[in-house]
Design a protein around this ligand. Structure first.
Ligand SMILES: Cc1cc2nc3c(=O)[nH]c(=O)nc-3n(C[C@H](O)[C@H](O)[C@H](O)COP(=O)(O)OP(=O)(O)OC[C@H]3O[C@@H](n4cnc5c(N)ncnc54)[C@H](O)[C@@H]3O)c2cc1C
Length: 402
């Protein structure tokens, strides 16, 4: 870091905003650029799940647990995020799913995740809105929820409120178009310079960082990469009207066991095949009740580009039927449907991507489906690695990119 005391951040999603918070914690002033009027990317399209339960054992779990702790701290001065330590329930409707959960609950790190395998009666005692038929559930007390549609403005309001500290300058409608040493030029021709520039440009793998990603062979689509590296994933989501009941936890179905590395236990192989529609859309049910009572329901996974520009109704039929089966009641009318895209690092073992694009300019992207969860800890690591002081027990930059 130099001596201007300023950090320039490009991208108003959760990664950029958490970098602003961590910069301010270090006494640095922040200029924060966002090309849209507000964050419009994955950070406002997600479930708002701070999801420790499914994280891979080791560095990924450690990062998520650190992030969970930071979220609780940050929510203390930004209550508008709607952070609540609600926990989650992953529900088993078949014996094979229950067997996977039993194994996961007996793993060495189950205590850190605050896992507990519950009987159907115990599941209903924790979350009485679950009135369907099931065999049990895995309770994860470490999981939490935030409100994605309001989290970014709530965090910015908290940043702006700290008037006694270093300044925070939010510049919406400002697209960064050119990189320089410790600076970026916006489309209006103004250069923004600081000790450090952090590009948190989300799933946009072309544009500002595109040439760097191509030149360094970081993209999964690069010749010879064999699909290993940064790629994009598209998900479908929906939101209902207000549900007549209160879900005390977030909820996942047994299909989620297939998607989260925490459940890579021997009995996973015994899970029966997913239904044809679920398999085709790589669906898992995740269900979160918003503070206004509505239900956010998803998701699906598409990996092959070009992505469809429209949403597929078969996948929604499947997800709605699964949600109704677990809740044991009809759902309210669907009010909104949307799709979102995130970037992730595939097949390398990395948790996310951080690289130096030019002197004093760092790109941070690719946290995949764990970006909302891990963002505060990822941002913290950017400053620790930039200052050359990786914390004990946290993955170093080399680990992250190996
Ligand atoms: C449907 C869906 C559900 C998900 N659910 C969860 C979940 O429940 N929990 C979880 O942990 N994760 C979840 N994720 C993943 C998580 O949302 C992402 O990993 C995270 O939001 C990525 O944040 P970001 O800031 O990198 O990207 P974004 O939110 O996409 O932000 C990038 C921002 O950069 C701006 N930008 C880009 N280029 C420029 C430029 N040149 N100049 C200025 N601005 C620029 C864009 O306009 C955008 O606002 C989900 C993702 C999706 C799509």
């Amino acid at each position: 870091m130099g001596d201007s005391g300023r950090v320039v951040i490009v991208g108003g999603g959760i990664l950029g905003t958490m970098h602003a918070i961590m910069a301010r914690r270090r006494g640095l002033s922040v200029v924060h650029l966002e090309r849209e009027a507000d964050g419009r990317g994955a950070s406002v399209r997600n479930f708002g799940l701070v999801w420790v339960s499914g994280r891979r054992a080791g560095a990924e779990l450690a990062l998520a647990l650190r992030a969970r702790q930071l979220w609780a701290e940050i929510a203390g001065f930004a209550p508008g995020t709607g952070f609540r330590p609600a926990g989650s329930l992953t529900i088993a409707t078949g014996e094979a799913e229950l067997a996977v959960m039993l194994e996961a609950a007996e793993l060495a790190d189950a205590k850190q995740r605050e896992f507990e395998l519950l009987s159907p009666g115990e599941v209903r005692a924790v979350n009485p809105a679950l009135r369907g038929e099931f065999l049990g559930g895995l309770y994860c007390r470490a999981d939490a929820i935030v409100e994605p549609r309001v989290t970014l403005p709530a965090l910015r309001a908290a940043l702006a409120a700290g008037s006694a500290g270093p300044s925070y300058e939010w510049r919406p409608g400002t697209e960064a178009v050119e990189l320089g040493d410790r600076g970026v030029r916006d489309s209006g021709g103004t250069w923004h310079r600081g000790d450090l520039v952090v590009l948190c440009t989300g799933a946009n793998l072309t544009g500002l960082a595109g040439a760097h990603l191509t030149a360094t062979g970081a993209l999964a689509s690069a010749p010879g990469a064999g699909g290993r590296g940064l790629r994009r994933v598209r998900l479908q989501m929906l939101q209902t009207l207000q549900f007549d009941g209160r879900l005390t936890t977030s909820v996942a179905d047994g299909d989620s066991l297939r998607y989260y590395p925490a459940y890579e236990v021997p009995s996973l192989e015994s899970l029966p095949a997913q239904s044809a529609i679920a398999a085709a859309s790589r669906a898992q049910l995740l269900l979160v009740q918003r503070l206004d009572g509505s239900l956010t329901i998803g998701d699906t996974h598409a990996y092959d580009e070009p992505f469809g520009f429209d949403v597929d109704e078969d996948a929604y039929d499947h997800l709605l039927a699964r949600a109704e089966a677990l809740l044991g009641t009809a759902l309210p009318r669907v009010q909104r449907r949307w799709a979102g895209v995130y970037s992730e690092v595939a097949g390398t073992g990395a948790i996310y991507h951080r690289s130096t694009v030019s002197p004093g300019v760092v790109l941070v992207t690719g946290p995949g489906g764990r970006g909302m969860t891990c963002s505060p800890a990822i941002a913290e690591e950017t400053f620790l690695t930039t200052e050359g002081q990786p914390t004990e027990g946290q993955p170093t930059e080399e680990t992250l990119q190996s």
